[in-house]
Write a protein that binds this ligand. Structure first.
Ligand code: ADP
Ligand code: MG
Length: 552
């Protein structure tokens, strides 16, 4: 068959243009990306071979091999993993399928609209396979998919197009051949390649070797990072592993590494990111924790491994007890998985609680809360068992100042005679602070929690009370300030004569007729003349507005 010429998706072309023209200081990360892909490909083959052993039988020792040809000035990253067929090549190396690359393009767009051209973001995000074009002006991919006979050759100079043709006699797996750019000969030197591999890829569980035959040398320690003991792992190694396993680019906010022993044995290495993934609220987004069984990768989409309200976690869970040949479908119903989830949830919540209680580093917890608080709140109605733990983690903006308050602090500051936790919901804190609904509460010095997450309208009715005190919206007519002591007492001359007030209320009711249910006098206002409230039995106003927006 002859060669086919295809165009990159427009976004890829734009990306490649940026990659090729950026004088990028951390160029070396291209090797991290290619080794990471090669190791993923081996993981995927190992999993497929559990049910189809013939896939890896001819060449069972999975590894990544680096080859340098100084004459031809090529660097090759080869693996004997799952490989790709024609469709895979077009889908994976012609479009932006990967979340990290998409995130990079998005932030680049944002940087551009703000007038900056921040190509340094490449280092932060890593752009996966396409980063090969940072060091190479021509990239050749030779690949044959496990279980298929036909091999393929993909070739591109990264300028808008690539070609695909059949290739004969290829071994299983993928070879990425980089024709290095002028001046990039350092990537042909073993010591330089070894240093890069140790810096970014030492945690990879399969061997990464340099050279062929007798002369081949191992560059990494080839033991899965999570199987090593904590005191042998540096912060830098944890971070690189987090970047690899989580396809993440930030610093981990929290690193949790522990081994559960007893009835069930498993090792967890979990990370809480320090920035918010852009698709956190995408309904399709699952958690990003990989499940291994005895060091063999099983799946990165084990439903039921992580509760949905902890979906910001990244990392690995490696079980000693689950059967190796378990299918992804059967996994979901396995009782051991539920037990692992329970143990892991308990531990994660208790570690978060330690952070939350550490008032000396309150800003640190605040960062976490701003990123993931809204997700965590889903647990309040999804996971009854851990509700008390979750309530301790809650933080709120309030009328008492700029900082965040916990429910415990709020209750500790309640006024004499106050019998409810007062809340006000809306779009954003600034507009809430201007609400006339708050006037009476301010005058009495009663603190009000300001709620801006849509999820607040769901967990609060479900939880109902905290420490015996009901949550009550200040927009409800029953939010009664009369019994609460404090603030300036009303002077008798401020009071309107009773008779006039009755006439006024009657007139307002007549005039507004169908628009409102009732018009009442209230103690909640000090400066404004009127405000809207909802009746005790009716829906909260903010919720009503939210539902209208979603046409419910
Ligand atoms: P990511 O690794 O985040 O998915 P990349 O841009 O690094 O994004 O790679 C895109 C896709 O190309 C991978 O998801 C994988 O399907 C495919 N791919 C890349 N390298 C290899 C390889 N060595 N073997 C098999 N598939 C690969
Ligand atoms: Mg990748």
């Amino acid at each position: 068959m002859t060669e086919e010429r295809l165009s990159f998706q427009a976004e890829v072309s734009r990306l490649l243009d940026i990659v090729a023209h950026s004088l990028y200081s951390e160029k070396e990360v291209f090797l991290r990306e290619l080794v990471s892909n090669a190791s993923d490909a081996c993981d995927r083959l190992r999993y497929a071979a559990l049910t189809q052993p013939e896939l890896s039988a001819e060449d069972p020792n999975l590894q990544v091999r680096l080859l340098a040809d100084k004459e031809a000035r090529t660097l090759t990253v080869a693996d004997n993993g799952i490989g790709m067929n024609r469709e895979d090549l077009i889908e994976n190396l012609g479009t932006i399928a990967r979340s990290g690359t998409a995130a990079f393009m998005k932030s680049l767009k944002e940087a551009n609209t703000e007038g900056k051209k921040d190509v340094n973001l490449i280092g932060q995000f890593g752009v996966g396979f396409y980063s090969a074009f940072m060091a190479a002006d021509r990239v050749e991919v030779l690949t044959r998919k496990a279980g298929e006979a036909q091999g393929w050759r993909w070739l591109s100079d990264g300028k808008g197009e690539f070609t695909i043709a059949e290739a004969a006699d290829l071994p299983r797996g993928t070879k990425i051949v980089l024709h290095l750019r002028e001046g990039d000969d350092e990537y042909l030197e073993e010591h330089r390649l070894g240093a890069i591999v140790r810096k970014y890829s030492d945690h990879i569980a399969i061997p990464i070797v340099f050279g062929e035959g007798e002369d081949a040398k191992a560059l990494n320690s080839a033991s899965a990072l999570w199987t090593r003991s904590k005191n042998e792992i540096t912060a830098e190694q944890y971070k690189e592993f987090y970047h690899h396993v989580g396809h993440a680019f930030d610093e981990p906010w929290l690193t949790l590494h522990w081994r559960a022993e007893g009835a069930l044995e498993y090792t967890n290495l979990l990370f809480v990111p320090s920035t918010k993934p852009f698709d956190l609220f995408d309904p399709k987004r699952a958690h990003r924790v990989k499940l291994y069984v005895k060091r063999v990768f099983i799946t990165d989409a084990a439903e039921g491994l992580i509760p949905p309200y902890l979906r910001f976690l990244r990392g690995v869970v490696d079980s000693e007890d689950l059967p190796l040949n378990i299918s992804r479908e059967m996994l979901q119903h396995n009782p051991m998985l539920a037990k692992i989830r329970a143990g892991l949830t308990r531990r994660v919540l208790s570690e978060l609680n330690k952070k939350a209680k550490d008032t000396e580093n309150a800003a640190e917890y605040a960062t976490f809360w701003e990123n993931f608080g809204a997700v965590l709140k889903e647990g309040l109605y999804e996971d009854y068992e851990h509700r008390d733990e979750l309530l301790k983690l809650l933080r709120f903006r309030s009328t008492a100042g700029d900082g965040l308050v916990s429910l415990e602090e709020y209750v500790g500051r309640m006024k004499d005679g106050q019998d409810a936790i007062f809340t006000l919901s809306g779009e954003d804190v600034d507009s809430l602070l201007r609400s006339p609904q708050l006037e009476g509460f301010r005058a009495k010095g009663v603190e009000v929690l300001l709620l801006t997450d849509p999820v607040d309208e769901f967990w609060m009715p479900s939880v109902g009370v905290y420490d015996g005190k009901p949550f009550k919206s200040v927009t409800r007519s029953g939010a009664d300030l009369g019994k609460i002591k404090g603030g300036e007492e009303e002077k008798p001359e401020d009071k309107a004569p009773e008779g006039e007030l009755v006439d006024l209320l009657a007139l307002l009711k007549l005039t507004l007729s169908d628009a409102v249910k009732d018009v009442r006098k209230s103690e909640r206002l000090t400066d404004s003349a009127v405000c809207l409230v909802s009746d005790d039995n009716d829906m909260d106003m903010h919720l009503e507005r939210l539902l209208k927006q979603h046409k419910q």
